[in-house]
Every structure is written in structure tokens, then in C-alpha cells.
Design a protein around this ligand. Sequence first.
Ligand code: MOS
Length: 746
Amino acid sequence: MEPYKSQIGQPVSRLEGHLKVTGTARYAGDYSVPGLLYGYVINSTITKGKIISFDTSRAKALPGVLEVFTHENRPSLAWFDLQYADMDAPPGSPFRPLQDADILYNGQPIGLVVAETFELARYAATLMDIEYEEEAFDTDLRSQQHLARSPKIGMATMLKPLPPKPKGNFEKAFNASPNQVSAEFFHGTEHHNPLELFATTTVYEGKGKLTIYDKTQGTINSQMYVANIFGLKFKNVRVISPYVGGAFGSALRPQYQLFLSVMAALKLERSVLVTLDRHQMFTFGHRPPTVQRTRFSADNNGIITALNHLAIGETSRFEDYTEVVVNWSHMLYPAANTLMQYKLVELDVYSPLDMRAPGGVTGMHAIESTIDELAHKSKIDPLQLRLTNYTEIDVSLNRPYSSKELRECYLQGAEKFGWDKRNPEPRSMRRGNKLVGYGMATGIWEANQLPAKAEAILTGDGKLKINSAVTDIGTGTLTVMTQIAADELGLPVEDVEFAYGDSKKPFAPIQGGSFTVSTVGSAVKAVGAAMRKKLFSIAKKMKGGVFDGADLKDVSFEGGRVFITNDRSRSVSFQEIIAANDNKPVKLSKFSVPSILKLKKYSRAAHSAVFVEVEVDEELGVINVTRAVTAVAAGKIINPKTARSQILGGMIWGISKALREETIQDDGLGKYMNQNLSEYHIPVHADIHELDVIFVDEKDTVVNELGTKGVGEIGIVGMPPAITNAIFNATGKRINQLPIHFDMLL
Ligand code: MOS
């Protein structure tokens, strides 16, 4: 027999890949149930005010239109009087669709047409006669900065720590330093735009019972939301979401199509599908615009002396959305004098929403650009400046990192990229008529873990099934969880089924924050370990006494058998164990909870070093990212293939953020103007050249049993500043507003 190969660390291809590329995988809007009705949402065309009259009669007169729901005829619901907030709700009062006549933001859902076909519903939605009373509004962050205030603190703050306390005397230290840099940054609004549109199919099962196919990053989050706001029993609400066509944070919170679909289904006692169109994907949350100011200083040896980082973000009038923008510089650079400030401005917009590496990618762009400028002013190589200020501990909280192989990321990344060939003088490197620039930056993202439960069932055929409510938002969760379970029991992945994406299954929190492998993976590992113990205890009692005198530590699990490790002639198969269990499958579950007491002694983060080459056409200003290398330290990598895809996706998104992606806002109208994919630019194949990913070995025995830190978000974080620093090296121009367009370089 071949020696057993651990499933952890294997580049297993996505187990659902074939289903996805053949169109067999069904997404939330793909369930054609008998008698299905279609809903189309009506959105406000004003930004603030009141609906004075809402005449739906022209639409209702059309044959095939069943109902038009507005604030005037919507069912009365428990929720409208109750303070219910979903798992990802920031402090405040969540938006309630169709609650009343008030308009709080442009594009707010104000009605739902329900008809026999989607086309009819969409057409009927054009026949509304709505009168509004408009009020003055403000949607411009930059002109309202004087209103910035501290954010309210709430549940969400647990995963979003406040800025660290000030240290030393910033002003004094900064003013006394020979090398000083002050910079201001602006990031505009961005919208998630996953390819899959938001959709919910609510299947009306009768008697207050619903099966809901929802586009979500959390089946149980959607289930709790629906049960709470509609006053239904939890067990009567089942939310299913096995495939998610991208979400990136936009499906962390239940969205309004879920609410409207359930409301219509309950009222009409029919099954209802509500799909949002691309235009409507710009109406329920976004990465907030942010203004940042940095002031960093260093002495003549390149030792950083003082750090000040202020960020002002946007929020809505009804919730305080926050993100971690300013904490990072002090987690990376041990300055003795620091001042970190984070503030919000309330505007007439919908609440912002987490979008891949929320806060981190925005904050690190400002931080790593400022560090680059500080290196330039101090006449020190930017990589050297970072190494000079390297620290093994998180100075902002005075505690060690659970592990930190960032130095290796810097060294291996620089080597692979050829950083030593960089000429630090801007405009000094050329290729034909193109200016060439090299830039680098650091990435960091927190490694969190939440509680989760998993169930394991071993059946008479020797196969293992694992159940969890978790979703797979396209990250490879199904594949990775299968590998973790297979590894724990010594089975090939073919003998393990991971069943997920269903609120009926054991608890999993929302999928996001790069914490799913650590969270659900820990539960899967724990239940796998419990299964080993149980199987061995049954095997020990079996006739023949194969394991007489042996303990669990003396045996190995390999290829569906339990062996005495030192005497492989003594073994039994899983089938024999189940047979000895009166042919009853063995079923177990385990709750896995992070060990807070141990963890709070450490800071836990994934790190990266990003190196980028750009070419800038001197006459046309056209920018190309010709090469990029990202070296990542993220603890144990369970599957290098799916992990690499995560990092590549993040790098491409970083190119998008730096050079393409932008929601254009007209503050005179209070409205987003480019609500489609033809005007909301993202990179195409022609924009993407050589991308390289290195996973640096990082052993972490603290973070969790698996030693994983997550790779969902770290890939994007360092990319925008590495690009803008490369553009500076190429052109001598430092542009602190993203995206950088060619005209800004002319
Ligand atoms: Mo992520 S922004 O937690 O999907």
C-alpha cells in the first residue's frame, strides 16, 4: 500500500467546478417551482423626501399583474415595531423596505410589482404614478467633512476594533523629525457587482412554512432575519444557498429582495421570485467614500518616529457603518508617537457595506503610499525602510503576533520580482516609449475565528458525510472543508461528502472576513477527531480483539481503515466497524469555539508583500501593470490551488481599484450615475499580465487547531499602493485619488 498522503496542502480542484462550468449548479434565481410568480422592484427616483401619492391602478389593470405592494398596502409586520438587527448590522436602526412614505436615499425600494412573468412585472413597474415631496439632501462627503463625528459602538465593533489609543506626543515628535511627509487621500464609492444578480425564490409551502433560495453569505443569518421580522417559527423557515456567484461582502446582510419576496409570498400564499437587475445592484450598499490624512516622519537612519492617520468615512442617517481604516500602520511600524483617528459623516445614502478587505485596502493604500514617500524623502530604499522598522510584535496593542513571516514575504517577493534592479530615481527606467516603474507595498489583514458547529455521519459503506449551514461564496469552501474532513479520518476526498448551504444544518456564522476556513474548518476538524475517537472505541470492543491493549494514540486512520501504527497487519475497516455497531451509522456533532483567553494575548494577522512593475506611455498616459508578485504569509494553506485563486482575484481587484473601478456620484442629484457594467469599469483580460503568487511557510500553533489565517482578503490589500508607488517611480507623480486615470498623468 502506498503511504497515505495528507489531504491538507493538496491542490485539489474545485469539487463543484464541473457543475458550475456546465450550468448545472443552480443559483438562487434558478428554481422554477410550480406556479412561481415574479416580483419587480420599484425604486425611488428622488434622494430625500416623502411619497405624497402612489397610484398603481394602471399597472394593476394589466391582466397577469397580481399585486403592487407599496407602503400603503404592505402587510403589517412584527418587524416594523421591533428592533431586529441581522448578524452584520452596524449600530443604529436597520432600513425597513416599504415601512412608510419617507425617502431616505436615491434608489430606495418603494414598491414591488408581482406578476405572472418577469417581463410583465418589469413593464408594469413603469406604469406607476408617483408624486413626491422633495427635501434638501447631502451626499457629498468632501464638502461635509466638518460634520465628522465619532462612530457609535455596537456589536459589529467586536470584529472591527476601534483605533488604538494615542502614544507619546505626535506633534512634538513629528515637528522634530528631519524627514516628514503629509498627504491627503480620497477614495470614492465602489459597488460590489458580483456577476450573479441578487435574487430570492421564496417557495410557499403553506401554513407559514417557507423554503427560501436566497443569494446570501449566511443561510442562518437570512433564516433568523425572516423568522424574526415576519414572526414565523425558526423551524418553518429554511434558507438554502449552495452556490453563490460572487458576493464580496454584499450578501453579508439580508438584502431587500429577500424581504420583498417573503412578504409577497406570505401575503399572496404563492411562491415568488424577486430578482434585482444590474441597475438595482447599486441600491443596497457599497464601499464608502473615504477621506484620509497621513503625517509620518522618520529620523536620518530611517527609523519611523511618528505616525498620524485620520480617516473620515461615510455612513447613512440610520446606521453607523464602520470599518478598520487607521489601525494598521501602528500594527506594522513601531513608532513611539502615534495618533490614530476615525470619524464618520452622516449623509443621505444607504448604509455602506463591507466590501472585500473593508477599510484595510483603503487604509493601507494611504499608509503604504506615505511610507513610500517617506522612503523617497529619506533617500532610503522603500523595502529597506520597512525592514529597518520591522517588528515581531504588534506595538499598537503591545502583544506578540501569533506568527509573522512578513520578513520572508519581503525577501522572497523581492527576490522573485528582481527588486534589486530598481532604479530609485523617478523617470529613470524606460522600455521603448514607455516609462517603467517598480513599486512595492505591504498587506495585512486580521485572522479571526468565530464559533461554528459541524456534524459528521459515517455510514455502512465507509463513507463520511459532514453537515454545516455554511455557504461557499466561490472561495472553495466545499473543497477545502472536504479536504479537512478527509485528512482527519485518513480518507480520500472521494469518500467524503460536505453538505452545506442550508440553514437546517448545524450553525455557521456569515461567511466573510477571511474567517471561514478557521471558523468552520475548526468545527470540521473537531468533529472529525471526535469521529476517530468514536470509531476506535467501537473497534476496540469488536470480536477478535484486534486492538487489545491499544490506545487511540497507537492507531492510524488511512484509506478507510484503522491500523495499529507499528503493526499494520492489525487493522479493521470502517465498514467492519459500522457492521459491529449493529449496522447503525455513527453520527456526531461538535461545536468549535475560539479560545478567547489564549487568543487575546496575541495579535493575529495574515501579511503580504506586493511588488509591481508598471509601464506608463509618456505621450498617452496609459498605464499597464505588466508584472506583479505577491508573497503571502497566511498560516497553513489547506489548498494551494484555491488559495492561489483567491490571491489572484484579490490582485486583479487591486488593479481594478487602482486604475479602473469607480462609482460616479452626482451630488446635485444625490445619485450614482454609472449603474451598469458598461460604465462601471473593471479590468478585462487585456489588462492583466504576469501575476505571481508565493505562499511563504508560516507555522502558527496559536490561531486555531488548523493553523490557518484565511486568504479571502489579503490578496487585494497591498496591491493598490504597490501600483501607485510604481507609477511614482515611473513618472515622478504621486496621485492620491483612486482610480488613477491616464489624464491625471498628462
Ligand atoms: Mo467579505 S467583505 O467579509 O465577503
